[in-house]
Design a protein around this ligand. Sequence first.
Ligand SMILES: Cc1cc2nc3c(=O)[nH]c(=O)nc-3n(C[C@H](O)[C@H](O)[C@H](O)COP(=O)(O)OP(=O)(O)OC[C@H]3O[C@@H](n4cnc5c(N)ncnc54)[C@H](O)[C@@H]3O)c2cc1C
Length: 486
Amino acid sequence: MVVVGGGIAGLTAALRVARLGGRVSLLESSTTVGGKLARAELAGLTIDTGAESVLNRRPEAVDLAREVGLGDDLRHPATSAAEVWSRGRLRPLPPTVLGVPSDLAALARSGVLSRAGVVRTGLDRVLPGGAVPADRADDVSVGRYVAGRLGAEVRDRLLEPLLGGIYAGRADHLSLAAAAPQVLALASTGDSLLVAARRSRQQTAAASAPPLFAALVGGMGRLAEAAAAAAVAAGVDVRTGATVRSVSRRAGPGEGWRLLVGRADRPETIDADAVVLATPAAATARLLDELLPSAAYELRGIEYASVALVSLAVPDGGVVRPPRGSGFLVPPVEGRSAKAATWSSAKWAWLGEEAAREHGRGTIVLRVSFGRHGEAKVLQRDDVGLVELAAAELAEAVGLRGPLLDARVDRWGGGLPQYAVGHLGRVARVGRAVAGVDGLEVCGAAYHGVGVPACIADGRAAGDRVWEWLRTRPTAAAGSAGTMPP
Ligand SMILES: Cc1cc2nc3c(=O)[nH]c(=O)nc-3n(C[C@H](O)[C@H](O)[C@H](O)COP(=O)(O)OP(=O)(O)OC[C@H]3O[C@@H](n4cnc5c(N)ncnc54)[C@H](O)[C@@H]3O)c2cc1C
């Protein structure tokens, strides 16, 4: 069996099938596995350059961390407070469920919205179930829904920055059902959204509730590294620098699959009895063009947002007014270029301690993110230009001054899929088309959730399905899945 794509979804699928007894090759086009889970060096410290935390209230990521021997290194953020750069300055982020306020008084105190905006938000209490502006019969954009219920300011100053952080997406484009199921769940109660949000927050804030997020000492990227090591130990043949160029049905005895891998002019042939495509939508579409043109067409309809992260190490005293908590979000209506700044050394105690050991107490490690769907212009700046822009906006927001210890820029072109209105229907159509082909599976961020836990769940489910097919197919014995040299 071959898994194409060595991000966390592909690694999980490969590990799963190998542990169940299958022979697996994993082919990854870049020089390292991990995809959007990656680490690098900044000022002598190791930092994440992609995903930096995972939802702790979904089991998959923390379970995988334990399964690959990292359970003792799981940590929770040192603070859950954050700020919003709204109406000209940093203000405390009031409690919300994905942008839906749960406490009107705290919202008013925060100053994030204008007085009129707060009053409009409160109207949802007296107009529960207010008009739902449907874009399509079966779905609606989360932005239009929330603006219809709570007013445009809630959308623009709370929902937008939170969606910008998760999807690098825009509220009026993203699907309520696919991108904001938490908000759909509030809407489905039939209560005022405020009341439903308060009830939900009370449950999640209960002393017995586990912390919302987790990460690993040394960086979340370690999860992919350890999953890859576990896969190799389980017998997976992990190959990097192996771009899969085509996937086709093999004619003749045993049938199965033929993959062309490597250089376009001199590709290597790899045969397999089953294939899992754990690649981003555009790459999967290319690989399915001949075989499943309808699925390829649907996959091409999933747009991606590009993002860039500017990581900075700042010496003690380099920031006059550090934000309270783990950093701040920037709503697009503020007209800034950055969309968020994460105070990594305050959020993760292990990193703060490491920075203090390496460079002295008070050293700050932070990362500024740029790039929203449909707004790639800012990303055309070169690295120096992006660092300058980050520094200029930080100077205004928090009083950054003086020289930096170090800076680096990491770019993720096409980094995050956009779950647009109608996404669930699209994914169901892809799923039906793929299910009709024996020994073929797809998984990854394009389908059922962009977060690391959702990708792990998707990879694991794809691994289970393909193993079930390998085990029960009439021809060959289970476990004979393998690859052939050219
Ligand atoms: C900057 C950034 C920050 C994020 N932060 C978080 C976070 O804090 N928490 C969270 O939960 N989620 C976060 N996410 C989202 C999450 O990290 C990703 O959605 C998830 O890791 C994607 O995993 P994947 O395996 O589906 O895809 P990928 O990680 O994209 O892996 C796909 C792999 O397929 C390979 N590939 C593509 N084409 C081919 C081919 N033809 N042949 C062989 N290989 C191929 C690629 O090189 C890549 O390695 C973040 C995403 C980004 C971009």
